[in-house]
Design a protein. Structure first.
Length: 434
């Protein structure tokens, strides 16, 4: 079996390799193809990945390539973890928001839109290559941000290729909740015995249930969180909001719930988050280049993306081995929430088996959450159209729809700035524009 990783020069790749090494007895990987257009990063990260595999008895080979089609060819799985324009483009997205008095973030608001416009055409090209060169039934597993929005584009414009969007945030929430339970009960619980009930969009979801061996622990979890947050002035959420919701918001909802606080923090830049990550990545690449290094360094956790290897390889393993496991993923609703449009890509629990990724029937979110979700989904649908067709009108409408977007009379200026900032990566917006 062959797995292709598009964006194989990412500093996340060694964690992904660790996940495959941990599952060699279950997941019979023969070739891991790491593809990247950045030859320097590919050589450093790929060389380290090869040493990791060799140190573990070479159960599979790691092949490095700059040729996307060669990487995709005969692959059973294609993982996308790329960043069009690399970290410099992320930094530009962040400062785009800051200079217009808006949230500057790589997946939320104007920054997320800029990233989506650059990324969607590239991901659709990968899907096209999969149709022609990958094994029949190959699955595209997208980690590229904004993950839900990119997966929405795949569902609308490459539906003949099986795809799923994945994020580490639900896994991180699951582990945080387990720590909360352990703190109140003193007992450790195996994550495999638990199930998190999450619903929403990627980076715009609400956790609303948690079971251990099928037993509901949610009331105790909310009580424990409230007790802890009332003692901690730096808790992520104010107690009254959690008490009223009865749910725990995805971390990224802070941009919507506490906008003024985030904007105030942005005034202290530099460094922005991108600049922090750039420093971490420089350090990681320096370590990866050490020919004596054979295991991922602890500094990798500073990069973010905790539990990435677990999420990625566990999903592939469940799919390949027909395990019928429940994973929180980004997938088309398809009637699972019957009150909502079937073609909306949602972040929700789904059954993972050899037959595919099937969302589990669930109740909708209450109006207090749905209003925000519907507004951001309208934004996502408009961004997809803008990205695919180079449609400036749809792009304008997307900014008008987003709750964190600019004032109506400021939209054109922000849009012009966005398109000009990333002109190199947005050719379809400029081909017929004068």
């Amino acid at each position: 079996m062959k797995v292709a990783v598009i964006g194989g020069g990412s500093t996340y790749t060694p964690e992904l390799v660790s996940g495959f090494l941990e599952r060699v007895n279950e997941f019979p990987l023969e070739e891991l193809s790491l593809m990247d257009i950045d030859q320097r990063r590919l050589k450093i990260v790929g060389g380290f990945a090869q040493r990791m595999v060799q140190a573990n008895g070479s159960p599979f080979k790691v092949v490095l390539t700059t040729d996307q089609r060669q990487s995709v060819e005969e692959s059973s799985y294609v993982i996308t973890q790329l960043r069009v324009g690399q970290m410099q483009a992320r930094r530009a997205d962040e400062y785009l928001g800051q200079r217009h008095g808006l949230i500057g973030q790589e997946t939320t608001g104007v920054g997320g839109m800029g990233k989506a416009l650059r990324t969607i055409p590239v991901i659709l090209e990968i899907a096209s290559d999969m149709r022609e060169f990958a094994k029949p039934g190959a699955l595209l597993v997208n980690f590229t941000n904004p993950a839900g929005l990119v997966t929405q584009a795949l569902h609308q414009y490459a539906n003949e290729v099986g795809s799923v969007g994945v994020c580490n945030v639900p896994a991180t929430a699951q582990m945080d909740i387990l720590e909360l339970i352990e703190g109140s009960t003193g007992e450790r619980t195996d994550p495999k015995r638990t199930q998190l009930d999450t619903l929403g969009l990627n980076h715009l979801s609400w956790h609303r249930g948690f079971t251990v061996d099928g037993e509901d622990f949610w009331p105790q979890i909310i009580d424990a969180y409230l007790a802890e947050s009332k003692q901690d002035s730096e808790a992520a959420w104010d107690p009254q909001t959690i008490e009223v919701l009865g749910m725990l918001p995805n971390y990224y909802l802070k941009y919507y719930y506490y906008t003024e606080s985030v904007l105030a923090d942005q005034e202290n830049w530099p460094p922005s988050r991108a600049e922090e990550v750039m420093a971490v990545e420089d350090d990681l690449l320096s370590k990866y280049a050490d020919s004596g290094l054979q295991e991922p360094p602890e500094d990798l956790m500073k990069r973010g993306g905790a539990y990435y290897s677990t999420v990625a390889t566990q999903l592939l393993n469940a799919h390949f081995n027909n395990l019928n496991e429940t994973h929180v993923v980004n997938v088309a609703n398809n009637g699972a929430v019957k009150e909502w449009p079937a073609d909306w890509v949602l972040e929700m629990p789904a059954r993972v088996s050899r037959e595919g990724i099937e969302p589990l029937p669930t109740k909708p979110l209450p109006p207090v959450c749905y209003g925000l979700l519907a507004q951001v989904k309208a934004f996502e649908l408009l961004v997809v159209e803008a990205a695919v067709h180079g449609d400036r009108r749809s792009a304008f409408q997307a900014l008008l729809a987003h709750p964190l977007g600019p004032r109506a009379d400021k939209i054109q200026g922000v849009l012009d700035d966005m398109l000009d900032t990333h002109r190199e990566y947005l050719p379809n917006f400029w081909e017929d524009y004068s």
